[in-house]
Design a protein around this ligand. Structure first.
Ligand SMILES: [Zn+2]
Length: 231
């Protein structure tokens, strides 16, 4: 069964995960060699750790920001942005926090797990972009510590983001899942919405995942090459 072609669809949802950004050299979080093998998330990536020792949590996130800033979007990110420009019904939903879709030209990206490049003040309930490396200031003008606008362990996903994602998935005619492990919930289950609504479904990944049987087309290999094969 040859892979479907983007040309035959108009409401495409790209659902992306770490496997897409690993081609850019972004360090992965899970799996062998992943960041969570080296660092205990309970000390660096949860609200309790932040309340206990915000400087330590910021040291960790400053390192992540520096590592990501040194990477460039790859052909996969760029092709997705090109398709979005050609087909305005296209939606990008990502589990990645690296901001590479936007740097490649993607717009209105639904970042389910937040972004390394946004900070928020929980005292004043404000959110803003900040791309300084290292962070110019870890504190808000009000004096409170800024917090990375990331969905940390034990945090809930933004209801607003979930609704936007669900709306796009319900109306999709093609769902392309790329480089997601299929183990991080509730995100892992979202593509099912598009499948149940009748979308043609493609999973691009290096290997099978726990949700592979959801997809009609299972393409194995490098994400950017496989995306090009659908163009
Ligand atoms: Zn503030």
């Amino acid at each position: 069964m040859s892979p479907p072609k983007f040309a035959d669809f108009s409401r495409i949802v790209f659902f992306t995960g770490a496997g897409l950004s690993s081609e850019s050299g972004i360090p992965t979080y899970r799996g062998s060699g992943g960041i969570w093998k080296e660092y205990n998330y309970e000390d660096y990536a949860c609200q309790r750790a932040f309340e206990r020792d915000p400087e330590k949590v910021w040291d960790f996130h400053d390192k992540r920001r520096a590592a990501v800033a040194a990477c460039e979007p790859n052909d996969g990110h760029r092709l997705i942005a090109v398709i979005q420009r050609a087909k305005p019904g296209t939606t990008i939903i990502t589990q990645n926090i690296d901001g590479l879709h936007a740097r490649a030209g993607g717009v209105d990206v639904i970042e389910l797990h937040g972004s390394l490049w946004r900070v928020r003040c929980d005292r004043e309930r404000t959110i803003r972009d900040d791309t300084s490396v290292p962070m110019a200031s870890r504190k808000c003008t009000c004096g409170a510590y800024l917090r990375p606008d990331i969905v940390w362990f034990e945090d809930a996903l933004s209801v607003d983001n979930l609704r936007r994602a669900e709306r796009a998935l319900e109306r999709a005619d093609l769902i392309v899942s790329i480089g997601t492990s299929g183990v991080v919930y509730p995100a892992a289950d979202l593509p099912r919405i598009a499948v149940q609504a009748g979308a043609v479904s493609v999973e691009i990944n290096l290997e099978d995942t726990p949700v592979s049987n959801l997809y009609q087309h299972r393409l194995r290999g490098k994400a950017s090459d496989l995306l090009k094969s659908m163009a």
